[in-house]
Write a protein that binds this ligand. Structure first.
Ligand code: ADP
Ligand code: MG
Ligand code: MG
Length: 890
């Protein structure tokens, strides 16, 4: 390949496919030139040269400068003027551009090639005001970008001159004013002991070196790390002849989108500024005009712009974001790229372009990113850029769970439930949340916490429900006794209206207007296209009939995970029954009859719930995980008044049997203390609980199967899949499967009817993954519990890692991504592969799925899409998983 690619209108060695070599900007400029668009002649120095620049210790490799000089000659010829020639000077811009657009890289330098002599020539030819306007811009940009002189020093001088003249706008500065500005800018150079090279070629060399040098600044390296941009050679450099939007009032510069990037509406959308250059449009110095106004001031240029952008959109097969300049009424194209867009716009554009025949259906499916869909599925605030919204801003935390929530402030889960029952919308504001708060969290419109990260209890639970949540807002102070909180200098009392933007992390005072998710006809059409490409199933994690219904509406083809314990928290009555069960099982060993009573009560609740879920999922598989968490999670925190009250109640209930009331309370407390474990996540939980208390497994299996038999009698098709959690040993699974099968026999005998059911296991302990061949002897299906599997494979405590070291690991590049968000393909992924292979060796028709948060993560879905039969995710992420699965298959 060549080092340098020259391009000009109608002729170009480069093409849009060459982004790796020419960078995004260079490749697309080449393409525009090739298409015959009016692009200022230019050349691109390749990313390979950048790589060699570093190998050569930070200087241009041999021969490249000669290539550059001959490219300059070619451009001069095409342009009809000469670089560094005072008689008729050609000026250049030096523009960076990697294959992926990267803020943090070097900025552009415009008007390169001016010095005290050349500027006089330019003034003679094109006017003094214009020439010195270019010169002051060069001094500013070159100083800032190449020499590292503070831009604000130049700004201060500019400001001083305008002050002195009583002028507000740069355009009103005269030629003499601008000469004064140039004089002062040179003073700035002198003060910092630097200078603009007199020789234009020296300017060019320094600017090119600076662009290459900026590829490896800590800022740029960091940016690539954070955004996981890997495998690029370096940046390209574009050296382009200048065209002048600041020449006169018949000139200008602007940016435009071929469609509205907020809505997708098919209409040229953008802004321009007359008599301006470069970034003036976005710098906000003057208010730009709507691009359609160009039709009046620049009719010819506008006609060309419309024609060019239409053509570009068709050619690039995507919505374009273009930069252009008008010089003396003539349009020049300076950049084009696929435009960034909101969720609604992405959907609109993809569907419209398919219908217009511009893209094929699979291309349309690839045009909508999963995060776009995410935006479409949550309620949103209206007018987030309106002053009313901005004025209401109180603070910003972590955007833990997207969507808009509006409600009245309450400070306890109990209040949240109480107010909710009374028909109030509430926002639950807590320092942090705990499992005991789930009832109140569920009742709230949104959750705000001062502590905890993106995987804190509040965040995980809220995301699971698709409920807006802002967490980790450390400026939030909560005073529970007085039922007040302070934030951003404002005191919030119980009952005050508050708005949470879970998509941005913003917290707003009062009742901000909300619009519902736009479940338009377009979305339905698009999702149909999506499903036509998808190869694996998408199931959902749902614990209630209500969740199941939402998930089904979103296209879920089954339930991959019902967490039975979540049902236990649903009401005060239930949690009381659970606590009685624990008391009977763990605290009062030997009290057989009271254990049976407690279990019987719970079984009723569970059976009812399962009937509801089977009904909601009529005809679809429902995978139910047996009790998983450590028992003490169901008990109040030690030392809390709730615990005292619980012990009192239990003691009263036991009284007849266990003698003295007071001593019963004491015994209970000490036993509860005994339930505490040093590492509860590695302690008595999952199948270990079921092995220690087979009657709990039996109760749950019976509740599930009785429910299945009951609804079947009403004509509903129930497909129960019973799942044993946390299995590492074949014997553990064999033990629990035995209990379940026996419970099934008993149930079917008692009921005089049977249903088909399956028994399987979670694969979430590394040993279980390795021994999958043995486990498959006893399991009809596997479901990979990737949360625990990640935790145990990496040896990261999920609850601690996020707060203590994961962000550090990511920022230092020790790991590329949070493994709880994006599946660790090389480690955890390897175990999954092993388990799939060994499991299928034993049982070729083994049904395989993924539950855990990775089931809703697009990158993780892509990885598992060739390994498993389905992924399972929270109800609101089902459409996203459908899209990700389709994109993985295209
Ligand atoms: P960025 O990547 O930050 O957008 P660009 O290289 O696109 O930087 O340059 C920023 C702006 O500078 C462009 O939008 C354009 O207005 C102006 N510009 C760059 N090169 C030229 C040129 N040769 N002639 C006129 N204006 C230019
Ligand atoms: Mg640009
Ligand atoms: Mg688990």
């Amino acid at each position: 390949t060549k080092n340098v690619y020259v391009f000009k209108k109608g002729s170009s060695g480069g093409r849009k496919e060459m982004k790796q070599l020419l960078g995004g900007k260079g490749a697309n400029l080449c393409e525009m030139a090739h298409l015959g668009l009016n692009v200022p002649p230019a050349f691109t120095i390749t990313t390979v040269v950048c790589q060699e620049f570093y190998k050569a210790g930070g200087k241009l490799p041999n021969g490249v400068w000669d290539d550059i000089l001959s490219a300059v000659k070619e451009v001069e010829q095409a342009y009809g003027a000469k670089f560094a020639d005072p008689a008729d000077p050609l000026l250049f811009s030096v523009r960076s551009g990697a294959a992926v657009s990267m803020p943090g890289m070097m900025d552009t330098v415009l008007n390169l090639g001016l010095n005290d002599t050349v500027v006089k020539g330019l003034a003679k030819k094109r006017g003094e005001r214009f020439a010195y306007d270019c010169y002051r811009r060069l001094l500013d940009m070159f100083g800032d970008v190449v020499l590292g002189i503070e831009h604000s020093l130049f700004e201060a001088e500019m400001h001083a001159v305008k002050e002195a003249k009583g002028i507000k706008l740069d355009v009103n500065l005269t030629g003499d004013d601008l000469k004064e500005v140039v004089r002062r800018f040179k003073g700035v150079y002198e003060k910092v002991g630097k200078s603009l090279p007199e020789d234009p070629f020296e300017q060019m060399k320094l600017a090119i070196n600076a662009v290459f040098g900026s590829w490896n600044t800590p800022r740029a390296v960091k940016y690539r790390e954070i955004n996981r941009i890997r495998g690029l050679l370096g940046t390209a450099v574009n050296v382009q002849s200048m065209v002048y939007g600041n020449l006169n009032d018949n000139s200008g510069t602007g940016v435009c989108f071929t469609r509205n990037p907020a809505t997708g509406e098919k209409k040229l959308y953008g802004e321009y500024l007359p008599n301006a250059q470069g970034e003036d449009v976005v710098a906000g110095i003057r208010t730009p005009l709507d691009v359609t106004h160009m039709a009046e001031n620049f009719p010819e240029a506008y006609k060309d712009l419309v024609a060019n952008t239409n053509m570009l959109e068709k050619h690039m097969r995507d919505m374009q974001d273009c930069e252009f300049t008008v010089q003396d009424g003539v349009l020049f194209m300076l950049q084009t790229r696929n435009g960034k867009r909101t969720g609604p716009a992405a959907l609109q554009v993809a569907v419209a372009m398919e219908r217009e025949g511009m893209v094929a259906r699979d291309e349309a499916v690839l045009m909508v990113e999963p995060r776009h869909l995410d935006q479409l599925l949550h309620p949103m605030f209206e007018g987030t850029n309106k002053p009313e919204y901005k004025k209401a801003f109180l603070g910003k935390g972590l955007p833990a769970s997207p969507g808009a929530a509006v409600g009245k402030v309450v400070f306890t889960a109990d209040e949240a439930e109480k107010w909710h029952k009374e028909g109030e919308k509430v926002i639950l504001v807590r320092l942090e949340t705990s499992p005991e708060d789930v009832g109140g969290m569920h009742a709230a419109e949104g959750i705000l916490t001062a502590r905890g990260g993106m995987t804190s209890h509040a965040a995980v639970v809220a995301r699971g429900w698709g409920k807006p949540c802002v967490c980790g807002l450390d400026k939030l102070e909560v005073d529970y006794p007085s039922k007040t909180a302070t934030l951003g200098g404002t005191t919030l009392k119980e009952g005050d209206w508050l708005s949470l933007n879970g998509s941005s992390g913003e917290v707003l005072q009062g009742k901000q207007p909300v619009k519902p998710p736009e479940m338009s006809g377009e979305l339905a059409v698009f999702m149909e296209w999506v499903d036509s490409f998808r190869k694996i199933g998408v199931f959902t994690n749902a614990d209630t009939p209500a969740d199941a219904i939402v998930a089904r509406k979103n296209g879920a083809q089954g339930i991959g995970l019902v967490r039975t314990e979540h049902m236990f928290f649903a009401t005060a009555e239930r949690i009381a029954a659970v606590r009685r069960m624990i008391a009977a099982e763990e605290l009062l060993e030997g009290e057989g009859s009271s254990a049976a009573d407690a279990l019987a009560a719970l079984k009723e609740f569970q059976r009812e719930d399962f009937e509801g879920i089977f009904t909601a999922m009529d005809g679809l598989p429902v995978t139910i995980r047996l009790l998983d968490p450590p028992l003490h999670e169901f008990l109040p925190h030690e030392g809390s008044p709730e615990l005292d009250a619980l012990c009192e109640t239990l003691a009263t209930e036991m009284q007849g049997r266990s003698g003295q009331h007071m001593s019963a309370v004491r015994i209970l407390k000490s036993k509860i203390h005994g339930l505490q474990e040093a590492n509860p996540m590695l302690g008595l939980r999952g199948c270990r609980l079921g092995i220690r208390h087979p009657d709990i497994t039996e109760m749950q299996a019976k509740a599930i199967l009785e429910a299945a038999v009951n609804v079947s009698a009403k004509g509903i098709k129930a497909h129960p899949h019973i799942m044993v959690p946390l299995v590492g040993f074949e014997e553990e699974l064999a033990n629990q499967v035995g209990v379940i099968r026996k419970a099934a026999e008993d149930t079917f005998k008692a009921k005089g009817a049977t249903v088909e059911y399956k028994v399987g296991t979670m694969i979430e302990v590394p040993r279980g993954a390795l021994r999958a061949g043995d486990l498959a002897k006893h399991a009809d299906f596997f479901s990979f519990g990737t949360n625990d599997l990640t935790q145990m494979t990496c040896g990261f405590s999920r609850d601690d890692a996020e707060a203590k070291f994961l962000p550090l690991y990511v920022s230092q590049g020790i790991i590329q991504a949070d493994p709880f968000e994006e599946l660790d393909v090389t480690g955890v992924g390897e175990l999954i592969k092993i388990a799939v292979q060994r499991g299928r060796e034993t049982r070729p028709n083994l049904h395989l799925g993924i539950c855990g948060e990775h089931g809703g993560d697009p990158k993780s879905i892509e990885f598992v899409s060739t390994l498993v039969d389905y992924v399972s995710c929270s109800p609101l992420r089902v459409p996203i998983a459908r899209l990700a699965a389709a994109q993985a298959a295209i």
